[in-house]
Every structure is written in C-alpha cells, then in structure tokens.
Design a protein around this ligand. Structure first.
Ligand code: GUN
Length: 300
C-alpha cells in the first residue's frame, strides 16, 4: 500500500468519490440496456416494499430513480406490514413467472411475522439480483457466479477504480453479515487478498485493524473505527450509515462506522458517508438487473 507521504509531510487521505464511480457504472449499464432494447430485450426490476419503514421507502425511491436513469423498467409493489407469508410467496411466484421482470428485490427488513429466508429461497435464482439466494451464495463461494451482492461488489469496484492493489494485501473486514461482511471477505479472497474477518467477539480488534492495508468497516456501529486503529496509508472503506440524534462537533448529522475526520489524517484512502459506498450499492443493483435480463434471454 502506498503511504501518501510527500517529503516529510503526511497528506490527508484521498477521498474515494462513490458518486462519481456510481455515475460511470450507471452510464455503462444504461448503454448496455439500450443495446439490449434494440434486440427486443427490456430489462425490468420488481421492487417489493413491505410496511412503512421510512428508511426502506427512501432506498426504494432511490432504486426506482436509478432504474429510470439506466433505461430499466421498474415495477413497485407496496404491501401492508401485516401481510402474511402466503401473500408474499404468491407475489414472488407471480414475479418469477413474469417475463417482463428480470430481477426481483424484496426490500429488507421484512416484518417479524415473515421468515425472510423462506421468501429469499422462493425467488428464482436467475432473478435474484441481490445474490441472497443460497444457490447464488454457493456460486460466489466457488468463484463461479452470475451475480455478486451489490454492496461488496460496489466496494470492489471502488477499490479497483482507485488503483488499490488487493493481491497480497492484508485485508480486514469488520462485520460478518450475510449481506456484506461474509461476501466481502470472499471477494477480497478471490482477488488474492489475505483476509481476516472481525466481529463483536473478536479479541483486540484495534491491533488486528492496524495490520490492514485495506480495512472494510461493516459493523453497524457509529464511529467504531478510530484513528489509532488504522495503519498509515491504509485504504479505509466505510459501509456504515447512521443518523445521529444531534449534530457532531462539525455540524454533521450522518456518520459511518469510521471516525472520518480523525481517520482521514492517517489513512491513504477513505470513503465518505454519505457519497461513498451507498451510491455504489444501487449502481451494482442496476448492473445485476441487466445481467439477469441477458441470462434469461439466453436461458429461455
Ligand atoms: N435493505 C438494506 N440493504 C438492502 C439490500 O441491499 N437489498 C435488500 N433487498 N434490502 C436491503
């Protein structure tokens, strides 16, 4: 890893611009979607929102807007939070069989009466643009996948775009969720990183983090990564997004898992929150939807 040192003066970390990289990816997806349309294939994404969680509603709006930007049709289904499993399973079955729907996204979290894993298992693997289905998770494990989960693949895109070398790098992933931590570790491993996964029971998190050339913070805890936990020159990727009850000393009300101001004095590269990983998640969802449309045109 290149320590960003000029003469004897340490420079601040380079800020990785997720919005700019996401715009580039979405533009590539749009060009591909237009090319498919000329061949009679119209990519379409069905987004299912259950309940009235305000954060989920904002994410769903963002996904619909991105579809419009990328020449992808979007279909929105809003169900009451009291919905039962039969109704949801029936909808998934209908979407699985609808040729206009290339990708299906069930916005999580689902209400507690619903077993999320049962719903994910019912999605046709070739329409599973989140790559949450066990078949797709298994394919990622063996490195022969059709889709990659959106947040980890967006992070790999940011790392590549910044010219950060993964091969041989010490990579530490903080967090072990099925959506981010576990697949993130696998993607870094595929690119020949030496990967450590840390979690809430890890002993001496700080010293493990300090070994990282690439540190991915996906713990879901505000500002858990502090400057003393970061190797000088490391690339720090922040997956967290938290709304603070009151503005911090810099007047900011949103923060990530990383103490951005202090860590950017030490790191070589850092993603901001917002404007880092978040926009990439949606861009990669668009990419997966076009991939799904192509897969289905070949398979049917
Ligand atoms: N809720 C928060 N992030 C995600 C995501 O990436 N996919 C789905 N389906 N739900 C989410």
């Amino acid at each position: 890893m290149i320590a960003r040192k000029k003469g004897m003066i340490w420079m601040k970390a380079k800020i990785i611009d997720g919005k700019a990289v996401a715009a580039r990816v979405k533009n590539e997806v749009k060009n591909e979607a237009e090319r498919l349309r000329q061949n009679g294939i119209v990519p379409g994404l069905a987004v299912v929102l259950v309940g009235d969680d305000p954060a989920s509603a904002i994410y769903v709006e963002g996904k619909k807007k991105a579809c419009a930007q990328c020449c992808i049709r979007s279909f929105e289904y809003v169900l009451d939070k009291s919905v039962n499993r039969e109704v949801l399973l029936e909808l998934v079955g209908k979407l699985n069989n609808d040729p206009k729907v290339s990708g299906i996204l069930i916005q999580s979290p689902l209400p507690e009466q619903i077993d999320e894993s049962e719903i994910i298992a019912a999605i046709s693997p070739e329409k599973d643009v989140d790559a949450f289905h066990a078949r797709n998770v298994g394919k990622i494990m063996i490195g022969k996948f059709d889709f990659l989960p959106c947040t980890p693949s967006g992070i790999m895109e940011l790392i590549a775009d910044s010219g950060i070398k993964v091969e041989g790098a010490g990579c530490v992933v903080v967090g072990r969720s099925n959506i981010v931590g576990k697949p993130m570790a696998m993607l870094l491993l595929h690119k020949h990183g030496t990967v450590t996964i840390c979690h809430s029971r890890t002993k001496d998190l700080a010293s493990l983090c300090r070994e990282a050339d690439i540190l991915v913070a996906a713990a879901g805890k505000p500002k858990i990564i502090t400057a003393d936990m970061v190797k000088p020159g490391a690339a720090v990727i922040d997956v967290g997004i938290h709304r603070l009850a009151a503005a911090d000393s810099n007047g900011k009300k949103i923060c990530g898992d990383v103490d951005f101001d202090a860590v950017s004095e030490v790191a070589g590269y850092i993603t901001p929150v917002p404007g880092g990983v978040g926009p990439m998640t949606i861009a990669m969802l668009m990419k997966n939807t076009v991939t799904a449309a192509k897969l289905q045109s070949v398979n049917h």
